[in-house]
Design a protein around this ligand. Structure first.
Ligand code: UDP
Length: 469
């Protein structure tokens, strides 16, 4: 039966929000395509007691290192090579495979789907051992949830199939071994079904129908239909210099006469939300206008005590600040009407992305794939070295956005985009060309078809065995 329910075991860990988001997007599609399907999320390094060091610290290590980019960069580059991957596969297998197998054996599953780079070797060995013990075959799939670059531990040649989101990931995978070539399937990053539904309903956002649909969604969200809308976010945790970026956006849009609503998704960052809720926006404007003066006085005190050669650098900094301040003041004839709306963790992200004209975000793979799916131009403000660097390339080479770390320059560029509808339309079309809103459905259909073939074979084997007995 091709729609028989499936029991799926997802391998994932909460290192960032993207792996879980992809697993849940896939789980939702499995349940829709094969009604009655059930799933479990299993983190082999956290859910198994007594896993050896350093594997048991994976979640804490991610939080510590990802907040210190140089440490992250060092670890990423040291570990991203075939020799290291081989050693870690061997070591983690030797130290932990039996423990992981025992825990894994407590789940009842027809298929294993890994959405995490550290869960493609050891659990594959465990799956094989469990399948032998249960007298059946169990397929193991990898869905790569990175977009433009990926760590070498993603690519295990022994999996049934591996699903990839971009040509650059494909190139990296091929470097890891030609064996994978026949197993690769190009699909796109699996994102929530909401995005597919919204993308279909929106169609082309540059067309009259698209604009009418966007206006309808804005009305539902209580956002002004007549103004431009900027969506600012920093992943699930609301990280990055969101506070400074929002200040600069507010000041520059107002000073340049752009009427806009800035929706700030603070995610789980409650402090940021409270801070924005109680911010005095008049002060933000006067600070922006006085940025040259304030820089001058701040540096002046330092200049007194610094050596003479340092003062040349300070003067250069002052000159740059003056040039920026002048640029910010250039269109002050009639100030724009700008609202800032702080939001907590948003569940209807697809609707907010449809309502927005520009997204300002860190370079998370999930967020970029979601924006592309609904044709939304993106301004990227930071990335994790190594792992997220390729995501920036996807946006730049795709031509649907830019990357910049300085809040003031980000604000000036976004203001420039919002004043140029033609440019926004071009970027929208380019984003759409990269977007794959139906990736999750394609992946689940493929995995479902293969798993049903396995189940059929297992059934035939069991029947034969019964007859012989
Ligand atoms: N997200 C969300 N609501 C929020 C903030 C974030 O649903 O309030 C989702 C976002 O849509 C994306 C995920 O969290 O699917 C973040 O994943 P990404 O890969 O971009 O970044 P990560 O958090 O994994 O670094």
């Amino acid at each position: 039966q091709s729609d028989r329910p499936l029991k799926i075991l997802f391998l994932s860990s909460d290192t960032g929000g993207g792996h879980r988001a992809s697993a849940e997007a896939l789980a939702n599609q499995f349940q829709r395509l094969y009604p009655g399907s059930t799933y479990e999320l299993f983190d082999i390094w956290t859910d198994v007691d007594e896993v050896s060091w350093p594997y048991c610290t994976i979640k804490d290590t991610y939080v510590t290192l990802s907040s210190t980019p140089w440490k992250w960069r060092t670890l990423y580059h040291i570990s991203n090579n075939a020799a290291y991957a081989k050693f870690v596969d061997w070591h983690s297998d030797y130290m932990n495979e039996e423990l992981i197998r025992r825990k894994m054996d407590s789940y009842d599953f027809d298929v294993v789907v890994s959405v995490h780079p550290t869960m493609n070797y050891v659990p594959l060995q465990s799956t094989r051992a469990i399948a032998d013990k249960r007298g059946k075959e169990i397929p193991f799939f990898t869905v790569v949830t990175d977009f433009g670059s990926g760590h070498c531990t993603w690519f295990s040649a022994d999996v049934e199939r591996i699903y990839l989101a971009s040509d650059s990931i494909k190139k990296i995978a091929l470097k890891r071994g030609k064996m994978l070539e026949n197993k690769m399937v190009m699909t796109g990053l699996p994102i929530r079904r909401d995005f597919a539904l919204q993308a279909d309903a929106l169609g082309d956002r540059t067309s009259q129908e698209g604009k009418e649909y966007q206006a309808k969604i804005r009305e539902e969200l209580g956002i002004d239909k007549e103004k431009k809308m900027v969506l600012v976010m920093g992943g699930g945790e609301g990280v990055g210099s969101l506070s400074d970026i929002v200040n600069e956006l507010y000041a520059k849009l107002k000073l340049q006469g752009v009427n806009a609503t800035i929706c700030v998704v603070c995610g789980r960052n409650e402090r940021l939300k409270n801070d924005i809720e109680t911010r005095c926006w008049d002060t933000v404007i006067s600070q922006s206008l006085n940025s040259y003066e304030s820089l001058r006085s701040r540096f002046y005190n330092k200049m007194l005590s610094w050596h003479a050669h340092r003062s040349r650098r300070i003067q250069a900094a002052l000159d740059r600040a003056a040039a920026r301040a002048e640029k910010g003041k250039d269109v002050a004839a009639s100030p724009g009407c700008v609202d800032v709306v702080p939001l907590g963790f948003v569940k209807n992200m697809a609707e907010f992305m449809v309502a927005a004209d520009v997204l300002v975000s860190k370079a998370g793979p999930g967020t970029i794939a979601e924006a592309a799916a609904v044709g939304l131009p993106v301004m990227l403000t930071s990335h994790l070295p190594g792992q997220e660097a390729g995501n920036v390339d996807i946006v730049l080479t795709g031509g649907f956005g830019d990357f910049c770390e300085d809040p003031e320059t980000i604000a000036l560029e976004v203001a420039c985009w919002l004043r140029d509808d033609n440019l926004l339309d071009i970027m929208t079309k380019k984003a759409k060309a990269v977007g794959q809103p139906h990736a999750a459905e394609e992946i689940c259909t493929d995995i479902g078809t293969i798993t049903h073939q396995y189940m059929e074979r297992n059934c035939m084997k069991a029947n034969m065995a019964n007859r012989i007995h």
